[in-house]
Write a protein that binds this ligand. Structure first.
Ligand code: VGL
Ligand code: ZN
Length: 252
C-alpha cells in the first residue's frame, strides 16, 4: 500500500516536472530561439586608434591633448573589464602607406591642418602619421584583449576615419565580423572623438547597431569640434555616457 502511494506521488512529481520543462522550453523558444534580435544580441566594444602617433605619451606626430600614459592605462583597464564581462572587444588601427593622401607632405605648398578639396571631398591635411610598420603605428593597449583588430586607411587615395569604410566607399571587415558574431550593440571610445571615434560610431549606427559612446575614455583633437561631435552623436540617437558604467550599457 505504502509502495503504491509512493509511486503515485512519484508519477505526479514527474508529470509536474515534465510540464514545467515543456512550458519553460516554450517560453524560451518564443523569446530567444524564434527571434534572436528580440532577446538582444551580443555587445561589442570598439577601441579606436589607441596608437603611438596620436598620443602625447609616445610623442606622436599627431598627438591629441590628454593622451598621456594614464589615459592609455585607463582605456586598457576599461577594455579588460568589458572583456571580462563577456563583450567582444575590437580595435581599429589607422594604417597608412607612406604616400597617403591625408599627409600634408603629399600636397606641395600646403601646411598641416589645412582643409583642402579633393574630388568633391573635404580633406584635412595631417602630419604624416600611423605609417604602416612604424613604431608609433602600433597600438599601445594590450593586444591580447582584442578579438580582432581592423586596419583602415590602407588605400593611398582615400582617408578613413571610420572603422567600417573609407571615403571611397570601400568597406573593412568590421561589419561582417560583428554580424557574424550576433552583435547588436557596440560601445565606442578612443582617439579621436571628433574624427575617428565619431565616424566609427555613426557608421556603426548606419549598419544597424545600437551605439554607446563613452566620453571619458575618449580624447578629441580640438575642443570645439569635440563638443560638436558629441552633440551630433546625441542628436542622431547615440547614447552618450560620461564614464564607463556596465549596468547602463546592459540596459541600453
Ligand atoms: C585620426 C586624423 C587622421 C583619428 C586618424 O584617429 O581620429 N585623425 N587620422
Ligand atoms: Zn589617419
Amino acid at each position: 500500500m505504502k509502495a503504491k502511494r509512493f509511486s503515485d506521488f512519484f508519477r505526479s512529481f514527474l508529470g509536474v516536472a515534465l510540464f514545467s520543462c515543456l512550458l519553460g522550453g516554450m517560453v524560451f523558444l518564443s523569446t530567444v530561439g524564434a527571434c534572436p534580435e528580440c532577446a538582444g544580441g551580443k555587445t561589442a566594444v570598439i577601441v579606436v586608434d589607441m596608437q603611438g602617433d596620436f598620443s602625447t605619451w609616445k610623442n606622436g606626430s599627431l598627438a591629441v591633448n590628454g593622451t598621456d600614459e594614464a589615459f592609455f592605462e585607463k582605456v586598457e583597464e576599461a577594455a579588460e573589464e568589458l572583456s571580462k564581462e563577456g563583450f567582444l572587444v575590437f580595435a581599429t588601427q589607422d594604417w597608412h602607406p607612406a604616400d597617403h593622401i591625408s599627409f600634408y607632405t603629399q600636397h606641395p605648398g600646403k601646411k598641416p591642418f589645412e582643409l583642402v578639396d579633393i574630388e568633391e571631398r573635404k580633406q584635412v591635411l595631417w602630419p604624416p602619421h600611423c605609417v604602416q610598420g612604424t613604431e608609433n603605428a602600433r597600438i599601445f593597449v594590450d593586444n591580447n584583449l582584442f578579438f580582432a583588430t581592423v586596419k583602415k586607411g590602407k588605400d593611398p587615395r582615400y582617408d578613413s576615419y571610420s572603422g567600417f569604410q573609407d571615403d571611397g566607399g570601400a568597406v573593412t571587415e568590421m561589419n561582417k565580423i560583428l554580424k557574424r558574431n550576433m552583435v547588436s550593440k557596440v560601445v565606442v571610445f578612443g582617439i579621436a572623438t571628433d574624427y575617428c571615434v565619431k565616424a566609427t560610431a555613426l557608421d556603426a549606427q548606419k549598419n544597424g547597431f545600437k551605439v554607446i559612446f563613452v566620453e571619458d575614455l575618449s580624447k578629441g583633437v580640438a575642443p570645439d569640434t569635440t563638443k560638436a561631435a558629441i552633440e551630433e552623436m546625441k542628436a542622431k540617437g547615440i547614447v552618450v555616457l560620461k564614464d564607463l558604467d556596465i549596468k547602463k550599457i546592459n540596459v541600453e
